[in-house]
Design a protein around this ligand. Structure first.
Ligand SMILES: [Zn+2]
Length: 65
């Protein structure tokens, strides 16, 4: 289970649904609210916008698992 989800304006590479940043202890993923796929940060790195980067920068040490 993910403890925290931050909605973003980024879109899913598969279905164009909205991605949220999902944080659990020690891990961060991007999750699609529509198709429920999850992506590692590096998989959607070229889609990161300013807002998402701002959120991720707080957890710099744990995004590259
Ligand atoms: Zn999707």
């Amino acid at each position: 289970m993910y403890a925290t989800a931050f909605p973003t304006t980024m879109t899913c590479p598969d279905c164009e649904g909205k991605l949220s940043i999902l944080r659990s202890c020690g891990r961060v993923r991007m999750g699609c609210g529509q198709c429920r796929r999850q992506f590692q940060i590096h998989e959607v790195a070229d889609r990161l916008d300013e807002q998402a980067e701002e959120v991720l920068s707080r957890w710099n040490s744990i995004i590259y698992d």
